[in-house]
Each structure stands twice: as structure tokens, then as C-alpha cells.
Ligand binder design. Structure first.
Ligand SMILES: O=C(O)CCC(=O)C(=O)O
Ligand SMILES: [Fe+2]
Length: 356
């Protein structure tokens, strides 16, 4: 389908909902386990029919409190945009290592650029990740005058992207995907608000310039690499921001850990995007929404490509429990922290544990 979101207006939000402190606590802050990852159809996200939107919000709530992961179909990112970006990623990763290393992320003051194979160690107990990556932050779409979100609050994470020389079309393709994925991301906060029994507009003033870091990732097949103990595609981890929108190719290898410790395969489903919650949301909901550990092991025998986009709240938002996630007599699990300070600390820790 063409972009679901282009020019689409969200239906008016019902601001009469009264937050009910503790409502979600009894039912939702449980260690529920799961054996599969739900697939949710986003077709009703723009329905003017309040009942359909609220049915969708209930499905999202179930996925968020029980699994922390779900697939979405009818996500609106055009297939042609995805294909162009993956073709660009393949061309980029095929460049000589010394050319890619000119943009080494370890030399960047704002976490932008290239991460080499084994240049990152996401699980600190591991021996390096078997992927290479290319990271960008917000940049206006070619021809657009939009100002950079988080320019004021992003601190060391804001600032310019870096782009490889001599790859015509790379930047345009990647930014086209980035903006399509941002459009998709923007529809989720009103749905998450409904899922949390908060007024649909509750996140609006907290997500005006939502932070979004995007990565192109390339995982060589494990079998073709000299793999040491503790080396997999990406070590077990949780994501840092509110939620992640992940496109993955058909190689497979993404696994999600349930609360019994079992790794569940997030098998590639054509035409879907994987959505998973991150630690900002776990902190913000005092663990009502789950930030679930995941990892990648590429045993497919083929090269694997994926594109995660990490969608956060504005960096100056203080993450203290959302009212429906509080209950009398219960002490929140986490110290309040500003969203940007939290992400920066996690990024610094990641790169401190990785090879320069
Ligand atoms: O490549 C994938 O499927 C997952 C990537 C991931 O978990 C991440 O970058 O945080
Ligand atoms: Fe992740």
C-alpha cells in the first residue's frame, strides 16, 4: 500500500479519560511468559471509529505488558523505500574497510558513523558483536527545511550526521527510509497513551522532537566467520529508548528472551516491521511495559541486513512513572532521570566496552 500516514489526521482525542492510578498495576506488572510474538494490524490506527482504535490499543497493551515485542503489518513504509535503502546499505558495507573506518564512530563526538565488525560488544560478557553498522540521527529530508529535533536538548547526541564520499544516492535513500520510519513511529505514542489508560494526547508535549537514532546493520553468517566463544551477531541486550522499529530481511536470527529464560525466534514475516519496547518506557511505566532482552545469531548461511530505528521521548523529559503505573504504597523501581541523560549514559557505556 502507499504510505498509510501521508496527510492522515489522527481522530480527535478523548481528553475526558480520567487516569486511574494503580489500574494497570494489579493486572500488568507481572512476569508473564510468552511463546510467540503477536502480529498487530495497524490498519485501524487512523480509524475515525473510536471503538476500533481502542480495540487496537488493547492489542498493543497486551503485547507491551506481556511480551515487549510485536510485529506490525500495514505499517506504511513503502516497499520500494526499503529495497532502495537495503541496496544502498549493501553497497556501503562492500566498501574497503579503510574507507569505512574514515567515519569510525569511536572518533565521533556525537555517536554517528561506522562501527566495524567486532567493534561493539553489546553484551559486556561477550567477546564482540559479529555485525558492522552505520549510525545516523535526525537530519531533514532532502529538500525539506525542517529544523533538527533535539538541537536544543540533545547535547552531545545532536549534531551533524557523517556520510561516505563517492556513494551517489546513499544519503538520499537512507534519509528517505528514516523519514518514512519516523512517520510510522509518530503514530505510536497516541496508541501507547490509550494502551496505558491515559488521554490519547498525553505524550504530545513530551514527544515534540522525539529523538531517533537509526542504524544500518550487516551481519555476516556465523559459519563463514572465525567465531570465538561469546561472539554472536549482537549480544543479548535491551534497547535504550522508548521503542524500536526494526526492519529485518529474510535471513532470520533475531531471538527474544521470555521470562522463563527461553529464547523465542522472531522469525521474519514479510511485509512487517518488528516493534519492541526499550528501557526508557520500562522506566517511565515502572515496568508495566516490558523492555525485553533480545539478540541476533545469524546461522542462515547468508548475509543478514536489518535497520533498527530507536524512537525516544524528548531528551529533556524527566522519566518518572506515568500516573496509571503508580499505586499507593508501592515504591517506584527507578530513580527519575532525564531521557537524554539516560540514553547518553547507555551509549557511552556501550562504546566504552567496545573496540576503538
Ligand atoms: O538486527 C536486529 O535484528 C536487531 C538489532 C538490535 O537489537 C539493535 O540494534 O538494538
Ligand atoms: Fe536491540
Amino acid at each position: 500500500m502507499a504510505s498509510l500516514h501521508e496527510g492522515a489526521e489522527l481522530p480527535p482525542v478523548n481528553l475526558d479519560v480520567t487516569p486511574c492510578p494503580g489500574f494497570l498495576l494489579a493486572s500488568s506488572r507481572t512476569e508473564s511468559t510468552f511463546d510467540e510474538i503477536p502480529v498487530i494490524d495497524l490498519a485501524d490506527a487512523f480509524s475515525g471509529n473510536a471503538e476500533k482504535r481502542s480495540e487496537l490499543a488493547v492489542k498493543i497493551r497486551d503485547a507491551c505488558v506481556n511480551v515487549g515485542f510485536f510485529y506490525v503489518k500495514n505499517h506504511g513504509i513503502p516497499q520500494a523505500t526499503i529495497e532502495k535503502t537495503i541496496a544502498a546499505a549493501k553497497t556501503y558495507f562492500a566498501l574497503p574497510e579503510e574507507v569505512k573506518m574514515q567515519l569510525d564512530i569511536h572518533k565521533s563526538s556525537n555517536f554517528k558513523g561506522y562501527t566495524a565488525l567486532l567493534g561493539e560488544n553489546t553484551d559486556v560478557t561477550g567477546n564482540g558483536d559479529l555485525h558492522e553498522g552505520f549510525d545516523i540521527g535526525f537530519e531533514s529530508a532532502p529538500g525539506s527545511q525542517a529544523t533538527s529535533p533535539n538541537a536544543s536538548t540533545g547535547g552531545s547526541m545532536a549534531g551533524e550526521n557523517v556520510w561516505p564520499d563517492g556513494l551517489p544516492g546513499f544519503k538520499d535513500a537512507v534519509l528517505q527510509y528514516y523519514h518514512s520510519a519516523l512517520d510510522l513511529g509518530r503514530i505510536f505514542f497516541p496508541l501507547f497513551a490509550l494502551a496505558l489508560d491515559m488521554p490519547g494526547g498525553w505524550f504530545d508535549d513530551k514527544t515534540k522532537e522525539s529523538a531517533a537514532i537509526m542504524r544500518l546493520l550487516h551481519y555476516p553468517p556465523q559459519s563463514a566467520t572465525t567465531v570465538q566463544e561469546g561472539q554472536i551477531g549482537i549480544g543479548a541486550h535491551t534497547d535504550y529508548e522508548c521503542f524500536t522499529l526494526l526492519w529485518q530481511d529474510k535471513a532470520g536470527g533475531l531471538q527474544v528472551k521470555n521470562s522463563s529464560g527461553k529464547w523465542i525466534d522472531a522469525v521474519p514475516i514479510p511485509g512487517t516491521i518488528v516493534v519492541n519496547l526499550g528501557d526508557q518506557f520500562a522506566r517511565w511505566t515502572d515496568d508495566v511495559f516490558k523492555s525485553t532482552p533480545h539478540r541476533v545469531i545469524n546461522r542462515s548461511g547468508a548475509e543478514r541486513y536489518s535497520i533498527p530505528l530507536f524512537f525516544g521521548t524528548d531528551y529533556d523529559v524527566l522519566l518518572t512513572p506515568i500516573p496509571t503505573c503508580l499505586s499507593p504504597g508501592r515504591t517506584p523501581q527507578y530513580e527519575p532521570i532525564k531521557a537524554g541523560d539516560y540514553v547518553k549514559a547507555r551509549l557511552e557505556a556501550t562504546y566504552a566496552h567496545s573496540a576503538a
